[in-house]
Design a binder for this molecule. Structure first.
Ligand code: KG4
Ligand code: ZN
Length: 339
């Protein structure tokens, strides 16, 4: 596939339906994201509801993105889709749609790893980071530190042993009576809180290693709420203390990883990278430069999939078998030779 190809990206791995059209010189030509609201009342994503909502939204969104770009589908050179990791049923909707569309257009399709989509998303920005860099990927399903030598050249330095950072925010939000997804709500409540009023642990920071563990923080929060009650100021102080503990823990591990891997640039991506306090602290307290995608590219979206698909255009195939990879290690990916 040509270097100057226009790629349509489709993301349906969890509870966001994302569609975008990307061109390497013009950038994001048009995009749309639909965040499913039905899950809030259940306190988390209900896989079957997610799949059904993707079915309802995806095709009209593809039409509207093409209309916004002012282009016909015949101008799409390849269709990139999230093949994993994620919810199997949700992935199947995007995959089947992408492969059907690609086939009907006579164009190839490109299977994209969701976390590679996040990992490469800061390269959509200007200035964009040069390789090599350290990537902190913090989303609802994953927390990882990755040594990135180049596109597809990934070495996992650390990951969470239990809850992901976003999951810890979501579970803490639930304990505080806040809706799902909890990250932005906890962050907002924390603004009125005193992060120093309660002592929160910084899990796994006082021993060597780059793995994370966030489930203890959630238990700590639960016990604190039981002990202190939940008047408004106390809830805000708990939110602030919790957020500061997560941010501090991520900061300590990033500093350690930059040193151990001898890297100077840090890229942070995934839903939790939208957190303002995290951005402030990383910018203020870390040596070297920190790169983030814009807020709309932090949480799940189609643009990061179209963009990663462009990097993987040499893997584009005319496929008909609908296969997804609900579990898929980032390190299994092949290096991209010509980016
Ligand atoms: O990357 P993402 O959209 O989906 C996954 O791939 O999981 O990340 C969603 C996660 C949720 O757990 C959400 O609570 C968290 O990102 N999140 C935040 C913020 N915005 C989203 N966490 C902390 N602070 C935020 N501002
Ligand atoms: Zn994600």
């Amino acid at each position: 596939m040509q270097r100057n190809s226009t790629i349509l990206g489709i993301e349906t791995s969890c509870d966001e339906t994302g569609v975008a059209l990307f061109h390497p010189e013009a950038g994001i030509l048009a995009e749309a994201v639909y965040s499913q609201a039905d899950h809030a009342q259940w306190g988390g994503v209900v896989p079957e509801l997610a799949s059904r909502d993707h079915v309802r939204k995806l095709s009209p969104m593809i039409e509207s993105v093409m209309a916004d770009a002012g282009l016909g589908l015949d101008r799409v050179d390849g269709v990139a889709y999230t093949a994993g990791p994620g919810l199997a049923g949700a992935l199947l909707v995007g995959t089947a749609t992408a492969l059907g569309l690609a086939q009907s257009l006579g164009r190839p399709a490109i299977a994209v790893h969701h976390m590679e989509g996040h990992l490469l998303s800061p390269l959509l920005e200007n200035p964009s980071p040069d390789f090599p860099f350290l990537a902190l990927l913090v989303s609802g399903g994953h927390s990882m530190l990755v040594d990135v030598a180049g596109p597809g050249r990934y070495r996992l330095l650390g990951e969470t042993l239990d809850d992901a950072a976003g999951e810890a925010f979501d579970k803490t939000a639930r304990l505080l009576g806040l809706p799902y997804p909890g990250g932005p709500h906890v962050a907002r409540l924390a603004e009125a809180g005193d992060p120093k009023r309660f002592d929160f642990p910084r899990p796994m920071t006082n021993r060597p290693g780059l793995d994370f563990s966030f489930s203890g923080l959630k238990t700590h929060t639960r016990l604190l709420i039981e002990r202190t009650g939940d008047d408004d100021q106390t809830r805000a102080d708990i939110a602030a203390g919790f957020q500061e503990a997560v941010v501090d823990t991520l900061l300590i591990k990033c500093r350690r990883a930059l040193k151990e891997a001898r890297l100077e640039r840090l890229v942070i991506a995934g839903g939790v990278s939208a957190n303002t306090r995290l951005r402030q602290r990383l910018a203020a307290d870390l040596p070297g430069t920190v790169f983030y995608p814009r807020l709309s590219l932090c949480t799940d979206n189609g643009a990061m999939i179209a963009h990663a698909g462009w990097y993987r255009r040499s893997e584009a195939i005319h496929a008909t078998a609908v296969n997804v990879r609900p579990r898929w290690d980032l390190e299994e990916l092949a290096a991209v030779e010509d980016s």
